[in-house]
Design a protein around this ligand. Sequence first.
Ligand SMILES: Cc1cc2nc3c(=O)[nH]c(=O)nc-3n(C[C@H](O)[C@H](O)[C@H](O)COP(=O)(O)OP(=O)(O)OC[C@H]3O[C@@H](n4cnc5c(N)ncnc54)[C@H](O)[C@@H]3O)c2cc1C
Length: 581
Amino acid sequence: MTQINSVSFMRSLCMGRIEEDVVLPFPTLSEDERETLRGVVDSLRSLLEPRAEDFRKWDVEGELPSDFIEELKAFGLFGLVIPESAGGLGFGSGAYSRALQEIAKFDASVAVTVGAHSSIGMRGLLLFGSEAQKEKFYPRLATGEMIAAFCLTEPGAGSDAAAIKTTAVRNEQGWLLNGNKLWITNGGIADFFTVFAKTGAEDGRGKISAFIVTRDMPGVSVGPHEDKMGIRASSTTTVHFDNVQIPADNLLGEEHKGFKIAMQILNSGRTGLGGGSIGAMKRIIELASKQAKERKQFGKAISEFGLIKQKVGQMVVDCYTTEATVSMVASLSDRNFDDYAIEAAISKVYASECLWRTVDEGLQTAAGNGFMREYPYERVMRDARINRIFEGTNEILRLFIALSAMDDVGSQLKELATSLQGVFTDPIKGFGVLSEYALRRARLVTGLRRDAGAFTKLAPELSGAAVVFQQATSNLAIATDRILRKHGKNIIGKQFASKRLADIMIDLFVLACTLSRVNSAVQSKGAEKSATELQILEAFAGQAKVRIQTNLNAIDDNSDEAIKAIADHTFEAERFTWDTI
Ligand SMILES: Cc1cc2nc3c(=O)[nH]c(=O)nc-3n(C[C@H](O)[C@H](O)[C@H](O)COP(=O)(O)OP(=O)(O)OC[C@H]3O[C@@H](n4cnc5c(N)ncnc54)[C@H](O)[C@@H]3O)c2cc1C
């Protein structure tokens, strides 16, 4: 039986505990996986490298031609995560993410097409499918005979997925499905749809359930390709269900568990998006560093100027730390950790924002050339933008990261408060009304102290960054505590405060993953051969330290109310209300 690990590094960290065995040593792929992956990466290069001009053309045309999609199928790209016994490559999250990285180096539309299939389209089947469902669909999904799509979003339900209106009403043959889905990746080319619909009430007020729907069912139709800013050649369409009769066997997982299923699918597929972001970053770093050496201004290569070094150096820090984080999340999944939702959300937010910064600075390095369509920067920039939007916007994910942590700390304090009842003369009703004295006690008992937790297994060369981490861990505990005390259960509406906490948590998790990666490098190659990696760690730790302190200071000293009032003023007027004439 597979052993489930139930510790969450970030949840523990919010309680002031550093679970170093979760992040040390840095994960590596198995020799078997590496062997297969090397072959896949080499053949991917030979398949995709010669198509550079085609990718440019297909971006303009806004579609991947069907004969190219057939080539992707023949290559086995739709079977990456399907077990070998069912005709797939059986990749775990780490190997899958690395394969997507390679595709994304060449073209984001191809990466999104393959990624939407494996990360979300068929992942429900992988995670929740019955044996019979797997037996029926795996072989066709592995060959790409069926391409998969994930159908959650609707016109009235984007971030608020629980507001979907699509319904599935139980009848003698199974379920009758009605509704409309919006912006579905692979919509135009898919035959297998994971569809979320409300069940249990015809008026749409039921609970969400998940279904497998196939294109051949009467009543399934799709709209035209959307004309998009980026990933233009990937297929994005509406998908419509008009009295679609679904067999009873096509319910995915348990009835009414659809919301949780959707969230777990997104969670489990996050390393696909992470891998894609890393691939695009590596490409931009290659382009920009060559460009900086070739371009001469003021009699010198621009690579000699400090401000250009700053950009390229930062791109590398961003890419290395993202790769450390995404690899760690993939390994949490591959090692059967059952609760890594916070860590996975952090990796999505971090990867998509590092990618955006890298593309922006890469384009700035190429300057005028970067702005020209003849060069790849502008397309990579258009393609990169979607990552901050789909699979959960970064705003929603930041709220999720922060509120999960505060919920944990809050309930621990609440539990403690209950257990302490009667000890004090003043009865304590909950963390919101804990007295100062009780809070101090609570901190002692729960370990929310300045000296809580430390790394013990890191190489001595990493001690500077480790101290930053440990200090910031106690700052995190202080921040969580201070925010909870300030806002109590009103925290849900305090999004500025939540964002600050999320940003501290993001910096901390990325720092932990980077410490782990550099530690493994130092231990295997020695400090001298790991000099640049130690500098990457030094740079990131220094930057994280400043950001964390700034976020901490801003909990009590900020201009949040002014910003909110300015926004409200503008919503009222629906315009900028000043002019100089
Ligand atoms: C190219 C593309 C491909 C896509 N592919 C798929 C797919 O395959 N399957 C699928 O189901 N969906 C897909 N989507 C939909 C995508 O997941 C949604 O666009 C996304 O979830 C955001 O929803 P929305 O666009 O309706 O934005 P909204 O939810 O309307 O959000 C608008 C803004 O408000 C913010 N916001 C919303 N609620 C809150 C809140 N409570 N607090 C603070 N800020 C908030 C958001 O962060 C955002 O900045 C795709 C979208 C695109 C553009």
